[in-house]
Design a binder for this molecule. Structure first.
Ligand code: AMP
Ligand code: MG
Length: 491
């Protein structure tokens, strides 16, 4: 069933990874399988058998040619450096080359203890597994670089957190699992040989055009390319009201993909200070802090590369600092592009930034729903009824009307009629996101063996720009009694 494996990490020197077999589970049952993704990865689906798939995707059986390993990494968690983390509840089966010729890691998450488990049980509860499945697949459908979810298997075992919960294993697909924390692990041990190997691996897998560069430029260029990808990534999060929730350096991927969906959530009412994670007491990873935190994480990455960037440490710091500073400009440019598109603007004008900020300020003042307000901009172009829908949450109609007339005036300089503009807007502002209350609902039902709500939500969020037609209204924000105010890591 599996495509052939390549074994890049498995061939790494011992100190970069530890062999780690998945620990078998009692009664594996396949509860979700991503067929389109499997197809794109080159799986043989004619030979697909759910029982065999459950065995392979729980780790009870190993696919042919897999040599599972757990990877070493370190990381700053909420700003504090932890020199040893590593895959404590995940094993990497190996990599496959997908139909587009791209190398992709296949990892089982929740597959039992590894040499990096410390005090943990190496397991994952069903709730966080389904949450990652839903949110990562939504991000992909929304066009955001992200790891993907290939499958979810229940284990027939309980895991003990605050209360006993059903256990599960997620199969995650990633461009790679190289994290800022991977580099930090070896920098903390002053292992320059490992750092060079990791940097070359990152270049080969994510930035192959840099391999041609002279050694004196190659690693600074790696930093620069990673800065650019992260700036673009966070700009896209900001355009969707997405809050990652645990932007620790071990959860920052060199590939520029969103990775590690723990207490992540999409905002409902717009407030830039929003925090969901129960463990983020000081709001370090609040919505508005995400760009500076990404830059902070990149600075930690830069520190690990200094000896590769320049033999002269002072000069290396100088060169790296300049590249890091460029994050702000890159981020602002990406964000402006993203937000312009969200207002239907394909051209650029001086006043656009102010138009965007004033719209956000109006939403914030009204505590209007982020996703729905953007979506309804298109409705406002359809006619007065649509405009009334948009205006619903805005108490101050006068202020809103003033903004709307500025916006319409600006739109008049776009070479597009109202219908075309509305079409544009509906193509970038989603109708459906995996709202917290819907995710919670789907998880609660699945914990009682009813996967119907999970499947219905998955179907809706994987077509985020279409107005859904089913029974449940996935576009509406939560009522007061449905609001989920806290999210949990689930580790
Ligand atoms: P995370 O918060 O998911 O980014 O994980 C941080 C670190 O804790 C990583 O090294 C994980 O492998 C480890 N970890 C989280 N949950 C568990 C668990 N249940 N068992 C063992 N290690 C875990
Ligand atoms: Mg992590």
């Amino acid at each position: 069933m599996f495509p052939p494996f390549t074994l890049r990490y498995a061939r790494f020197p011992d100190r970069l990874r530890a062999p780690a077999r998945p620990v078998p589970v009692e009664r594996p049952e396949l509860v979700a399988f991503n067929r389109p993704l499997a197809e794109s990865l080159g799986f043989d689906l004619d030979a697909f058998d759910p029982e065999q798939a459950a065995a392979l995707l729980s780790g009870n059986a190993l696919p042919e040619g897999a040599e599972p390993v757990a990877l070493a990494y370190a990381g700053h968690q909420f700003g504090n450096f932890v020199p040893q983390l590593g895959d404590g509840r995940a094993v990497l089966l190996g990599e496959v080359t997908d139909r587009a010729g791209r190398v992709r890691d296949l990892q089982l998450k929740g597959s039992g203890r590894t040499p990096f488990s410390r005090g943990g049980d190496g397991r994952a509860p069903l709730g966080p597994v389904l949450r990652e499945y839903l949110v990562s697949e939504a991000m992909h459908a929304l066009g955001v670089p992200t790891t993907r979810a290939l499958a979810a298997v229940t284990t027939g075992e309980r895991v003990y957190r605050r209360v006993p919960e059903p256990g599960a294993v997620l199969t995650r697909v990633a461009a790679s699992h190289l994290r800022v924390g991977t580099f930090q692990y070896f920098a903390a041990r002053d292992d320059q040989e490992a750092l060079r190997l990791l940097a070359d691996e990152a270049i080969e897998r994510h930035y192959p055009h840099l391999a041609e560069r002279d050694e004196s430029e190659r690693y600074l260029a790696l930093l620069e390319a990673t800065v650019a990808r992260q700036a673009e990534l966070v700009a896209r999060w900001m355009g969707l009201g997405f809050i990652h929730g645990v932007m620790n350096t071990d959860n920052a991927a060199i590939s520029g993909e969103t990775i590690d969906y723990g207490p992540c959530a999409f905002m409902d009412a717009y407030d830039p200070r929003t925090v969901f994670s129960s463990i983020d007491e000081r709001g370090r990873y609040a919505f508005v802090n995400q760009p500076p935190i990404a830059q902070w994480n990149l600075a930690r990455f830069a520190e690990t590369l200094l000896a590769l960037i320049d033999e002269d440490r002072e000069r290396a710091i100088e060169r790296a600092t300049e590249v890091l500073k460029a994050f702000e400009e890159r981020f602002e440019a990406s964000r402006l592009r993203v937000m312009r598109a969200k207002l239907g603007l394909a051209t650029a004008e001086e006043g656009d930034a102010a138009l965007i900020e004033d719209w956000l300020a109006a939403m914030q003042a009204a505590r209007a729903d982020f996703t729905l307000s953007f979506r309804r901009l298109a409705d406002a172009l359809d006619g007065p009824e649509g405009e009334a829908r948009l205006a619903e949450p805005f108490g101050d109609r006068e202020a809103l009307d003033a903004w709307l007339s500025r916006w319409r005036e600006r739109l008049s300089r776009e070479e597009a009629d109202a219908a075309e503009l509305a079409r544009r807007l509906r193509g970038v502002n989603p109708a459906v996101i995996p709202r917290n209350h819907r995710v919670a609902e789907a998880i609660a039902a699945a914990e009682n063996d009813d996967f119907g709500p999970f499947e219905a939500l998955l179907a809706a969020i994987t077509r985020p720009f279409e107005a859904p037609t089913g029974e449940v209204d996935y576009t509406r924000p939560p009522r007061d009694d449905e609001k989920v105010l806290r999210t949990f890591c689930g580790t």
